[in-house]
Design a protein around this ligand. Structure first.
Ligand code: ATP
Ligand code: MG
Length: 247
């Protein structure tokens, strides 16, 4: 088995620009990033530094100019649209800012949708355990409009986990960290990582959110400018972030 096959995520020399001619902006300029299985890493960087662009590339939602992305040892860089869509559904869990729940489906139907789209029959026991774990058992038949913000967040986590993906990608999963729901959300991600071994890559510009992760990578001027262990200490994350961005 090669090193690549043992990595949950292996990104090499990834570059992405937007626009043409004088309007061309290079957002990512030869980025390298590796996550072992069971890692919980965060990417931090100022607004516009390319955090969402990176996650969209890793999810195969947009294509890179150059470089390679391997997820669970499989390169998605050269896949066609159909293959990448299928791969994303089976092997990547996505938790994006707006959660993208389908309004007409119940909580449980939203959660099992990735399996149904793949023509798989959800395992009722496994789905029940997931609902229980996320405190959603009594809400399983509610449509999103009848769920609180925190409950919707938890449905989005369950939907990202239901396929047992190689990696969960979370982009600014909570824009409202001061709320108890925001803190609870970060705590849940941490439990999913520690208890179930889920590999998570989360993007945030907020040191308190990023401190939920075990390791932080700092994105600056199109490249990673530093990487450190958080010790789950938001003050440490904030200090390291400011120090690197000032350089
Ligand atoms: N489709 C696009 N076309 C043109 N420019 C784009 C496109 N998507 C992103 N950009 C530009 O790329 C840069 C990085 O954007 P990105 O959304 O990745 O930043 P971010 O780090 O996620 O910022 P934030 O913290 O505000 O969410 C920005 O300057 C943005 O304007
Ligand atoms: Mg963003």
């Amino acid at each position: 088995m090669t090193t690549e096959q043992t990595m949950a995520l292996d990104v090499k020399h990834l570059s992405k620009s937007f626009g043409d001619g004088p309007n061309r902006v290079t957002v990512l300029d030869g980025v390298n990033l590796g996550l072992e299985h069971g890692a919980f890493d965060a990417v931090m960087g100022p607004s516009g530094s390319g955090k969402s662009t990176l996650l969209h590339l890793l999810a195969g939602l947009i294509t890179a100019d150059s470089g390679d992305i391997r997820i669970g040892g499989v390169s998605i860089s050269s896949m066609n649209d159909n293959d990448v869509t299928c791969f994303r559904r089976r092997r990547i869990g996505l938790i994006f800012q707006d959660f993208n729940l389908i309004p007409s489906l119940t909580a449980e139907e939203n959660i099992t949708l990735p399996l149904l789209l793949d023509r798989k029959t959800p395992d009722a026991g496994a789905v029940g355990t997931l609902l229980e774990k996320l405190g959603l058992t009594s809400r399983r038949t509610h449509v999103p409009l009848k769920l609180s913000g925190g409950e919707r967040q938890r449905v989005a986590i369950a939907r990202a986990l239901v396929t047992h993906p190689d990696i969960v990608l979370a982009d600014e999963p909570t824009g409202n960290l001061d709320s108890p729901a925001g803190r609870a959300f970060c705590e849940l991600l941490r439990r999913m990582n520690e208890e179930d071994g889920c590999t998570i890559l989360m993007v945030s510009h907020d040191p308190v959110v990023a401190a939920t992760a075990k390791r932080v990578h700092l994105l600056k001027d199109g490249q990673f400018a530093g990487c450190f262990d958080t010790n789950h200490d938001a003050a440490l994350v904030s200090a390291r972030y400011l120090e690197t961005m000032r350089k």
